[in-house]
Design a protein around this ligand. Structure first.
Ligand code: ADP
Ligand code: MG
Length: 307
């Protein structure tokens, strides 16, 4: 890359400091070097964000675009019950927007990385005549066999969700808090049997847990925590529909045994809402139990990225 003075930008990124772990050699060589500790699992994920699909300017700013690129990856780690360790950040920068823009994108990444003690381990910097593309690859850890999978749900488990659902695309999708700390607190309090982060919506993401675990679920419609971000001008049916199908909430959906569910209800260990939505069933399929007692099939109508 030439127009951006790639090396100056990389030197600037390096000079920003940030979290540095003693087991990782980060930016400056051809690869980063990690010395993994014994008895731990390494968790790896990557997510790519593209201007025009995952954010637009405005309402996004370069900082918020960079922030979101890391935040969605942190959310994936949270859903596995992992502790963030380090991240690689690859940029396709629009040539016309200059190096201040590039620095702002990286500032958004680095600020959130500092908040979650994630070391910037490296990346790649390129420019082109296309829009901004940011790819983050994240690495995290969990104590051996302590990572939480989608496949662990069992009949009788209680289904919980953190926070409130729906309305995220109004703007919250750029500023959401990845639930890393909440997942860690939950993991210390109870045995989480299965978990997923809600990126495509409750109706859609619940299906992943059901499919991987080979079970079904009943969700009670009155229990769904409808976000105040959803317009109160809509009918209650429309608000419910948005809460279960809007994407990008990045809340945690998880299951625990009924005993542990009772404990969570008695004393919520989180600073955010925790809602008991329903139960896992041996019978396959996902159902919404309505206020009048009728059961309707919960369709996989979650919001999905347009291709
Ligand atoms: P190479 O040509 O060997 O791939 P680069 O010049 O692309 O090396 O990168 C030099 C160093 O800077 C590497 O350690 C790389 O990981 C890091 N790096 C490049 N771009 C970024 C970025 N956007 N964020 C963090 N580190 C970066
Ligand atoms: Mg390179």
């Amino acid at each position: 890359m030439t127009a951006f003075h790639e090396f100056e930008l990389i030197e600037w990124i390096r000079s920003q400091g940030g979290t540095s772990h003693s087991d990782l050699l980060g930016i400056g060589d051809d690869t980063a070097i990690l010395q993994p500790s014994a008895n731990s699992e390494l968790l790896l994920a990557t997510d790519m964000l593209m201007e025009g699909t995952h954010f637009t300017f405005p309402p996004a700013t370069p900082e918020l675009a960079g922030r979101k690129a890391l935040a969605v990856n942190l959310s994936d780690l949270a859903a596995m019950g992992g502790t963030p360790h380090s991240a690689l950040v690859s940029l396709a920068l629009p040539r016309s927007r200059g190096s201040e823009f590039a620095k702002s994108v990286m500032q958004g990444v680095m600020q959130l990385a500092a908040e979650f003690e994630t070391q910037l381990a490296g990346g790649d910097t390129n420019s082109w005549d296309g829009p901004l593309v940011i790819n983050v690859a994240i690495l995290g850890t969990a104590a051996q066999s302590h990572s939480v999978k989608r496949s662990g749900a069992q009949p009788g488990d209680w289904i919980f969700v953190t926070g409130a659902l729906g309305g995220s695309l109004g703007s919250h999708h750029l500023t959401f808090q990845p639930r890393v700390r909440e997942a860690a607190t939950l993991r210390e309090t109870v045995t989480i049997k299965s978990m997923i982060d809600l990126s495509d919506g409750l109706a859609s993401d619940l299906q992943h847990i059901l499919k991987e675990s080979g079970v079904g679920a009943v969700i009670r419609s009155q229990q769904i925590p409808i976000s105040p971000l959803i317009s109160t001008e809509l009918s209650s049916a429309e608000r419910l529909q948005k809460a279960i199908s809007d994407g990008e909430d990045f809340e945690l959906l998880f299951t625990v045994s009924p005993d542990e569910g009772q404990r969570l209800l008695k004393q919520n260990p989180l600073a955010i809402a925790l809602t008991h939505l329903g139960e896992i069933t041996a019978e396959q399929g996902a159902f919404l139990l309505q206020e009048d007692g009728s059961r309707i099939s919960l369709k996989r109508s979650g919001w999905q990225h347009q291709l």
